[in-house]
Design a protein around this ligand. Sequence first.
Ligand code: FAD
Ligand code: SF4
Ligand code: SF4
Ligand code: SF4
Length: 419
Amino acid sequence: MKPLLPPADQCCGCASCVDACPQKALSVVEDENSFLAIRVDENKCVGCHLCERQCHLLHPERLTRHDARRVQPYAGWSIRPELIEKSASGGIFAQLAYDFLNPEHGESHYVYGAALQPDGNVRHIEISTRHELPLLQNSKYQQSDLQGVYSQVKTRLKQGAYVLFSGVPCQIAALYSFLGQDKALSDRLYTIEVLCHGVPTQALYRTALQVEQAKRIVSYRTKDECGWINNNNRLTYEMPDGHLQTKKKHVYDFLFRAYLEFSFTRKNCFQCPYAHISRVSDVTLADFWGWNQSKKKESYRNHMGTSVITPNSEKGVALLRSSRELHLVETTWQEFLPYNQNFFMPTNHYLFVGADKIRRIQQLPLGCRKFIFQNGFSNRYFNEAYRRLLSVLLFFKHRREQNEVKQKLKTTLEYLKES
Ligand SMILES: Cc1cc2nc3c(=O)[nH]c(=O)nc-3n(C[C@H](O)[C@H](O)[C@H](O)COP(=O)(O)OP(=O)(O)OC[C@H]3O[C@@H](n4cnc5c(N)ncnc54)[C@H](O)[C@@H]3O)c2cc1C
Ligand code: SF4
Ligand code: SF4
Ligand code: SF4
């Protein structure tokens, strides 16, 4: 009998069920809108239901959620320039991974995270040395494929190794669910999640490459010249002749605008159970948006990047304490929650272009696609007029969404005041 896995619009594509299937009856494919989806080969499936039993969405009761009221949040960054420069935010992930991979530990420590692949896709990989760290640094606004990675982590833990696993929150939840109740295994596992507002269809970056006539994306946040402080998320592309081209401003980049403002995001992300104040991972990392609204802003200011760090568990606290090269300043939830809703609720705003439309846009001739994307998304003047028109048209929609966020923020802050 076919397994009863969550329907496509609820599944997050974490792929841990693929690793759980002893018959190799499950695989990751792209659906008609280029989202990662799970396919069941009914000829191989023997109906054992192991895949269902470890799906984190079907068994939320198995996950330990940490009590945010006991957490002391920090603002901070890595003091190693070579680490912060290549990272999207304050370089906290890179610093913690750098310390974890101390050569004195021998060959017993492994770090996992998302890496851009030569074919343009993103996959989770294992590294065991500090010089491989740049592969995992920086945000990639594509969904990472984790087929085979959960089993690899389990094998490492069974061998007695220590693992630092990083990813978006649903991937951390998937790993815990995959490992099950075996405490001996999870004792040597440390988890770091990056705050996440959703991942887009794979068609988005492919269309971007066509529109930009580029070979591949090499960086989603290039900090040279502008740093982090101006919130200018510049992308760097490798062109067919091999030279690197960095966008002047993120507002000129089709992919980034489309990702942030339009609904090319997976449907399930709009109901993400991990965009919740009680987190599942040991450490949560985010950009410290709103740092400059604080009275303490001078202590939060860093041209190259300021992160918010919440050590959610004892292990998370131990990880932070183990680093002597992190600059940390105590902060409060009140300072950053109003500017980063995915700490307490899923993304609830998007404009009218749905993921299903990208297929139709992709079918247009390249000239038309270029016009739509470069003028519709990236040209400053057209875009401004376009945005104004949209905001008038969508006034009531925006107001409703903002009210939802305000209401949730209020109840979250009240909850955090409880001791
Ligand atoms: C899809 C996505 C959405 C995000 N949305 C927000 C947001 O709304 N608000 C916010 O404050 N921050 C968001 N972030 C996180 C933010 O961009 C920084 O990554 C975070 O602040 C950590 O910064 P850092 O400098 O310490 O590490 P960085 O070097 O920037 O990040 C490296 C870490 O990110 C992980 N990572 C990178 N790309 C992916 C991916 N595609 N899938 C899984 N893991 C990945 C790596 O495994 C590694 O652990 C998002 C990140 C991603 C990947
Ligand atoms: S384990 Fe992950 S990929 Fe598999 S059905 Fe559940 S949510 Fe979807
Ligand atoms: S029911 Fe068993 S055999 Fe079938 S897909 Fe799930 S794990 Fe594989
Ligand atoms: S929003 Fe939630 S479900 Fe979507 S990718 Fe991020 S963590 Fe996963």
